[in-house]
Design a protein around this ligand. Sequence first.
Ligand code: SF4
Length: 489
Amino acid sequence: MDTALPIEYHHKAYMESIPKDKLKRLAHIKRFAELLVGDPDFRQDLQENHQNTHIVAQKYHLEINIDHLRSFWHRAYMPKRRSKEEYLHSPLTVEWDIHLKNIRDHRDRMKTQNNIASKNEAFQLWRTRQLLRCDDTLAASAQGITHPSFAFELSEGCTVGCWFCGIAADKFKGYFAYTKDNQKLWQDMLYTLVNIFGVDTVKTAFCYWATDPSDNPDYASFIADFHHITNFLPQTTTARPVKDIAWTRKILSLYERYKCVFNRFSITTLSQLKAVHKNFTAEELIGTELVMQHKQALSSSCGKSPSGRVLQNIAKLKAAGKDIDKIKNDLKLNDEHTTIACVSGFLINPLTKTIKLVSPRASGLTYPLGYKVHEIKTFTSIESFRESIYQLIEQHMPTHMPNHYRIAFNKGIKGQLLNSGFQLIAQLRTLNINSYTDAEKIGQYLLSEHNKNKPYKLALKELIQSGCNIFSACDILQSLYQYGVFEDE
Ligand code: SF4
């Protein structure tokens, strides 16, 4: 695989390098895995026919030898999973593992793509600070977040109403139709963003948030435009893949054409899983991950976060005197999974004509949806859209620490003095500040409970009054600001 390929060709090059017969086999292994994880009837059939697996294969239209996947499902072979001799008894499991590794490599590459420097320096520095702050404060969610810079909502609200909706989407109110005027506004918005931030930054976007793509019948036209302008087809995740089969087929055919990134169907009920399998062949879904959210699934490929609607429901159950720990356990909720909000940047809705500057936060009383809205701007035309974006950058993304900025460390950062300076320790990083004049004295000041929360200007003044070198104090504080160690509240 050529790792120098631009991101839009990377996944396509891999998928198209797979010979047709192997691709078909992989599609059927994938379906087998979905059935095994998601369908209790299948599991029972397999158990009852474990010596005659061809009966199961025939019933579920699996064109593979299930015996060659023994280390996935057979009690006698499961302990031999990933052993040296696995290839001998479960060659298809090994083949699947190699495929999955390629898919994971692509995901890592996507993450790297999101980190390509933006053309706009102020945004680039702001985003980097947000990423580093998230690493310190989001517990287990920190490493899974890819920090796209934009999300577009092409409707208002959502018809689906999942009980676990981490961002508590409102009721559906309407969608942004692909009229001539709207098409022009959409394309102009994308060109404007490419112009301000650079195409690589815009490529990180996706076109849903507290919305489901299937609520917009014209969604495929919008993402086709997105591809036309950025050369990248954004990922589609939908919880309604069988609501309108023709709509879903349009999305699948765009994937088939461009193969930029895997799509996802969110499976919320067992009947939905069965309907997906009935309406789409294994081969058609080779590029679509089924995210099992339903209660019969053996494991969820997507952890649920106690945020948004989950938080609201937990509060109601708590008020009713229910055993919250048991409920959380039953629902596979993980307190360490602090947020599902991944965007560090702009949440844009061309229907409501709003732009929100957002960044991920640990959900709780202050941020029940798992993200902070720094400010909301509205726009009425492409000119005011551009103006609003620039205003958000100017007002919220100072390239140097402003005088009023408070020097409170992120929650989760612990500090200690060293012989020649001080050290800051968080869950994913350690910073040693020791190569500056007076670093130890400055560390003493910053780590003192008394000085926590003081504005930058006052802190600098007091440090200088106490005899610290002015350049050193300034350098240390400004560098720590760029390293995102101070709270951004
Ligand atoms: S999780 Fe997605 S599909 Fe479900 S209610 Fe929220 S926005 Fe809608």
